[in-house]
Design a protein around this ligand. Sequence first.
Ligand code: TXA
Ligand code: MG
Length: 343
Amino acid sequence: MNRESKNSLAEVLPTHTPSLFRAAVIRAAELLRAGELVALPTETVYGLAANALDARAVEKIFQAKGRPQHNPIIVHVASIEMARRCVADWPTLAEKLAVAFWPGPLTLVLPRSREIPDAVTAGGETVGVRWPSHPFIQAVIRECSFPLAAPSANPSNQISPTSADHVRAMLGEKIQLIVDGGLSNVGIESTVLDLTPRPPRVLRPGMIHAESLIAVIGELAAASGQNDEGKLRSPGLLRKHYSPRAQLRILNWRDEADLDSQLSTLNAQPNQTHIIAHTCILLGEKFPHVSVIPHDAEAFARAIYAELHRCDEAGAKLIVVEALPEGIEWRAIADRLRRAAID
Ligand code: TXA
Ligand code: MG
């Protein structure tokens, strides 16, 4: 993606030396204090941040993303004490989970405190809180001394960004500042755990998987996106989500001929088809665009969104991802790909 793209309003600040890091923290905090939006790196994906205590600033997030008003936003903190100020109740389970997994890719949904405006919770009585591990967003939160509301920094329903360039390509015309903190280390969005029901329930799977949560809290409700009335508990669980522009299919194949015959009904030319493989790697004779992500769940999670962004940029009509292995460490990635594959 081209950093000099003409339509970009956004300034992109680097952070790779201590003085650049410090200067970017000061600039980001200045804009956030003034009620503006700033795109910031986190270890999961880049976030589009605003002062979580300023309803007007949070409204700007909905506008910039084209986000439906009913979708609540995660609040990012830089200490357990700050998390406790965002919630009405801090149960022992929350303390145990925070000690085990924070800072890190786990969001806890708890009853909201009065300080958190309706714009953040979408009018609901709960708030999602997360202490991210990326040092840059931590430094900005400390500098501001207020929590940051931040959804992923992409237009609603598109793939989350895992680099500053992704943000610039998708939102560069809508925001003033993007901070470049390198490639996101986790690569997919946090696990969202609702602590308000007993037992707690995973609303969105992530790289902190159910078995790790159970090891700390003992019990989890069976995964489901529906509450008793059949209403969505978490709008992020809408079936279609996180999609590339190209059509996406998840398939297994023996070789190029086998894949070719499976694709014959899909009406995509081989040169407009991009293949993402991890195990059965094609030689690129029939299909010229083949990329490989290592057969390792963490490496795969780190790389998959960047691959999908790249395929879209290259004008792919169809993206074929090799079906993922079984195993708990692959479940959250499989969840994202399943949603991306819905037409
Ligand atoms: O890793 C992440 O969580 C990233 C980084 C930036 O922290 N953020 C992120 O935010 O993915 P977003 O808005 O793209 O996704 C947040 C998900 C949505 O599915 C939303 O519906 C759900 O969390 N969520 C947020 N607050 C909630 C609440 N109070 N109750 C239920 N679901 C909530
Ligand atoms: Mg998102």
